[in-house]
Design a protein around this ligand. Structure first.
Ligand code: FES
Length: 162
């Protein structure tokens, strides 16, 4: 039996509530709550904004103003895998443009976002924190350093088939 939209919404709300309650730090804010929810479910659906408002005793507009201010929050579900290509200064000097072009070609995706089949999300990053290993990409938060365009192409292609 297929899951209804209402059931899916209830399931998301339950996961959001759990993430909100499990924040370990003594001071809980709207921002910390949104970060906890995004860590747990990887994006902020409408249910997350509403539940965060209730939890923090804030209005939906107040929560939305915080969520929309920070570019790292996303409001649609990510793809099954996330590949980030660093184009910061060190990576740029070490050949990031070729790496990025190879990934874009392989995913047939020439902007940040999801592939049509939602197998992969492509994101750009201004520094993945491993400049000594430039050029660097990240796949599902695992860094790959001194990457070549060929390696990047193979890794990106692997995301589409597993
Ligand atoms: S600039 Fe790419 S890891 Fe720092």
């Amino acid at each position: 039996m297929a899951t209804t939209k209402a059931e899916l919404g209830d399931s998301i709300r339950e996961r959001v509530r759990c993430a909100l309650k499990q924040q370990p730090q003594p001071t809980v804010t709207v921002l910390s709550s949104l970060l906890a929810v995004q860590d747990a479910i990887h994006y902020l659906p409408d249910e997350a904004i509403e539940e965060t408002a209730g939890f923090c005793k804030a209005s939906v507009n107040e929560v939305w103003s915080v969520a929309s201010f920070y570019t790292n929050f996303r409001f649609t579900p990510p793809g099954a895998h996330v590949i980030e290509v660093c184009w910061g200064p060190s990576c740029h000097l070490a050949g990031a443009q070729g790496v990025l072009a190879a990934v874009q070609q392989e995913l047939n995706l020439f902007r940040e976002g999801e592939t049509d089949d939602r197998r992969a999300t492509l994101r750009y990053n201004t520094c993945l924190g491993a400049c000594a290993l430039a050029p660097v990409i990240s796949i599902d938060h695992h860094l790959k350093g001194r990457i070549t365009a060929g390696d990047a192409k193979d890794l990106a292609g692997g995301l589409l088939v597993d």
